[in-house]
Design a protein around this ligand. Sequence first.
Ligand code: SAH
Length: 250
Amino acid sequence: MTAKMIKLRFFIKTLFLIITLTAAMVLQFACRTEIKERTKEDIYTYLREKMVENQIIERNIKDKNVIRAMKKVPRHAFIPEENRNQAYNDTPVLIGEGQTISQPYVVALMTENLDLIGDERVLEIGTGSGYQAAILAEIVREVYTVEIIYSLYQRANLALNDYSNIKTSNHDGYYGWEEYAPFDRIIVTAAPDHIPQPLISQLKQGGIMVIPVGPPGWNQVLWKVEKVNGKIKTTQIADVVIFVQLTRNK
Ligand code: SAH
């Protein structure tokens, strides 16, 4: 064997060794990342189960569909990365632009009070993160959701991408969504200081609207509004709830 051939063999062997080692390192890194991701998802699933047990069922939410939807929808996926660890806390969580995703119990209470069967077309005012819209879409036929802040509307569109029964829009929801009215149910997740007339008009006969009303930031009352034979009947669901204000386009 010539010296040249020995050198070549040595070079090929070394190259082979380097390639093998690099591949092993890449594989190990990929596996570790995947395990980490899987563990994270498992933890979120566990926390979600606990959330439903302790915050929803314990507090007397009975609607089977609401419980099923809240067990299923990954709430953490609707919350920006930096606050994701708070996803299953018993509190509202910041979602950007000074807005919040409602506390899980409030989502459950509002949804239960809509008395849903499953064949409804529902209008939501205040898409925010998109979480409430996803919960509704797990239960009803069609969801129409309106958000006034463009960046939140865009982010929610991404989060809701897999739901073919949700339509989103970026406009002032004080005016409802005339194009698709009337609706069987309306849910408002930001608080105005009075019930917007366009929403009453866009509610079907026999329809139900759940809406917080009150001064900005405090002491709002959560109402169930029913339209019976053209008349409006209001029942209080809860007092002293806190929602972000329903803002208006100037
Ligand atoms: N349902 C949301 C919670 C949203 S907080 C969720 O599940 O995450 C209330 C939202 O209402 C905010 O995103 C706010 O920007 C929006 N909002 C406030 N005034 C509005 C208006 N006039 N029309 C539509 N959306 C409005």
